[in-house]
Design a protein around this ligand. Structure first.
Ligand code: G6P
Length: 621
């Protein structure tokens, strides 16, 4: 979830660019950089850490003369690009921070997202004599543009764009074209801000909102050439596309939330991106999972006796989904425990066990303590976390990063789906190494996982209004029961947790088969029952539980797979999610439940981003 900003106009641009980056800080980052065209060269400064570090580096570089250039330069630089980096490929170092240049240092680019085919392109370019100065996938882009450059930056960007696979947006500038920025969009957002005699381009509107409210939305697959006089959009072949400009009406606060009323809503809608970032480069092959960035020995994964998952809250629910996938696909026994239980129960941890600590923040005290305890017992410890440099990354033997970007809402949403996606990757890799699934089945699952980001967007678009309508009719209910089986159960636990934490309505989640052993006594006409009834080998069982519920007069709200009329026939309200491999349904099934909890809380006028008594990270034991 990097941030990019570009400026071309008549004003000194260094401070404008850094002010733009400040507005993107909420996305999270671990390094930053800025490049401007000064007198005869591109002047670039990069720094690890926050923007204060970048400013310091600029000062050291000699650029605080108020001239607008990064270094002391005359005339002041009026064109530049800047970037906040959230590391994906390559460690957090100054060399890996953007902007990245070409061999002649005449082209600089900033990129957000992931270039999937970076390894093959790097090989080709190296064979042609290009030399690289970073470990990033992004640097490929500046060298590719160099390969295509004759005397027209837009044409060179089109040439490069045609060779790139992945999901990304980038902005490029060339020393010889000091009034032109060229930007391209493949999936990741890109917006032009139109000023007078100046224009901006960025990955999000807040980056330039203090300067202009007139915007041009760049669509997927388009390339835009920006000069001080205007912006011209073309398709990937250079055919002009006309686009009406829009006026942004948000205030600053809404801008930070990307136009959504709350961070939680924004983060719910960022889930396709978060999952795509988490999986894309790791599934760039058609039939295998690449976990090479994770420091785990293949031999150990092939022979480990047992896996043990420890986590808290939402992360624990992601672990539960992971257990089903690992056991079914890789046939390894998996234990799972709430970290605060595991650490106090004198657990048995053995050298040939792999203990997996799932923690989005990487700082949750109980999870860290459980991981340490397991490590002391001799087990290998893998952290699955969203935060580079967090304590979990320092304590663990190996780290598998989710790449959800910063999550500001206290109720976890996009970090959950990213964690589930990461668990699928691990489960598939284990299956591959242990030979427990035919290669065709692995390839089928890889294809299905790759399809999840677009299905997430499809689901959100389809269920949003319906979830809001159900919330309106159920907002005053005193208690909700959630029922599910198999992979539906963790989704019920997570759905009920969302409802409890943001709407303060009591809710319980139960394995549907356990209902008859007690909770059935709770049911009457005033108890809404939320059932996860997506297609699976246990759907018949779930449906017979739904009948039991209906027999007690309770109102059934079901989450079902599209086309599953059997569910719609027995439920009072059905929220349909698109069809995918049934083991992957949890990633889609949670979405309507996040929205349901969200809208119930909003109907009750509650602050969903900061619920009472809750903190984003619990670091105190
Ligand atoms: C807190 C948050 C939860 C989160 C849990 C675990 O309680 O409110 O949303 O699931 O911590 O956090 P972690 O960072 O370890 O995933």
């Amino acid at each position: 979830m990097c941030g990019i900003v570009g400026y071309v106009g008549d004003r000194p641009c260094r401070d404008l660019l850094i002010a733009g980056l400040e507005k993107l800080e909420y996305r999270g980052y671990d390094s930053a950089g800025v490049s401007v065209i000064t007198d005869g060269e591109i002047d670039s400064v990069r720094a690890v850490g926050n923007l204060a570090n970048l400013r310091e580096a600029i000062d050291e570089h000699g650029g605080d003369g108020g001239d607008g250039g990064v270094a002391v330069a005359a005339p002041p630089a009026t064109i530049g690009v800047a970037h906040t980096r959230w590391a994906t490929h390559g460690r957090v170092t100054e060399e890996n921070a953007h902007p990245h240049g070409d061999c002649a240092d005449k082209i600089h680019i900033v990129l957000t997202g992931i270039v999937e085919n970076h390894a093959e392109l790097r090989k080709e370019l190296e064979a042609e004599g290009h030399t690289f100065s970073s470990e990033t996938d992004a640097e490929i882009v500046s060298h590719l543009i160099e390969r295509h450059y004759k005397d027209d930056l837009a044409a060179a960007v089109r040439g490069a764009f045609a060779e790139l696979r992945g999901h990304y947006a980038f902005v490029a500038m060339h020393l010889d074209q000091r009034d032109t920025l060229v930007a391209a969009r493949k999936e990741c957002p890109l917006i032009v801000g139109l000023g007078s005699d100046e224009n901006f381009v960025a990955s999000a509107i807040p980056a330039f909102l203090a300067e202009t409210r007139r915007v041009l939305m760049v669509e997927n697959g388009e390339i835009v050439t920006i000069t001080p006089d205007g912006a011209e959009i073309t398709d990937a072949d250079g055919n002009p596309i006309s686009r009406e400009e829009d006026e942004v009406t948000w205030d600053e606060d809404a801008a930070e939330k990307g136009g959504y009323p709350t961070f939680m809503k924004k983060e719910i809608h960022e889930q396709a991106d978060a999952v795509a970032e988490t999986i894309t480069d790791r599934l760039s092959g058609l039939d295998s999972v690449d976990l090479s960035g994770v420091d785990l020995d293949d031999e150990f994964l092939r022979t480990a006796d047992r896996l043990m998952i420890v986590a808290c809250g939402t992360s624990y629910h992601a672990g539960l989904v992971g257990r089903y996938a690992i056991e079914q696909w890789a046939r390894v026994p998996v234990g799972i425990d709430i970290a605060s239980e595991y650490r106090y129960r004198d657990p048995v941890s053995r050298p040939n066990d792999l203990v997996i600590g799932i923690t989005q923040s990487g700082e949750t005290a109980d999870t860290l303590a459980a991981m340490r305890l397991a490590g002391e017992g001799g087990s290998k410890v893998l952290a699955i976390t969203n935060i580079m440099g967090s304590q979990a990354t320092r304590d663990a033997d190996a780290v598998l990063f989710t790449r959800a970007g910063l999550e500001i809402g206290v109720a976890a949403t996009k970090t959950f789906t990213s964690q589930v996606a990461a668990m699928y990757l691990l489960a598939l890799r284990l299956a591959e190494l242990r030979g427990t699934m035919p290669p065709e089945r692995i390839a089928e699952l890889i294809a299905a996982i790759k399809g999840l980001p677009s299905k997430i967007d499809e689901t959100l678009a389809k269920v949003d209004k319906r979830a809001a309508a159900i919330a309106r009719t159920h907002k005053d209910q005193r208690f909700f029961l959630y029922l599910g089986r198999h992979i539906g159960l963790p989704i019920c636990l997570e759905g009920a947790l969302k409802l409890k934490e943001i709407s303060y309505i009591p809710a319980d989640a139960y394995a549907a088969g356990e209902m008859k052993h007690g909770p059935i006594a709770l049911l009457d006409e005033d108890t809404p029952v939320v059932c996860v009834a997506t297609d699976s080998p246990v759907l018949d069982k779930v449906l017979s539980n739904v009948e039991e519920v209906r027999a007690r007069g309770a109102d059934v709200i079901a989450v079902a797979t599209e086309g599953s009329d059997r569910v719609a026939e027995v439920a009072d309200q059905t929220l349909f999610v698109p069809r995918t491999d049934w083991m992957l349904q949890p990633i889609l099934a949670i979405l309507p439940l996040q929205l349901l909890a969200y809208y119930i809380a909003r109907e009750n006028g509650l602050n969903v981003d900061q619920p009472r008594n809750l903190a984003k990270t619990v670091t105190v034991e």
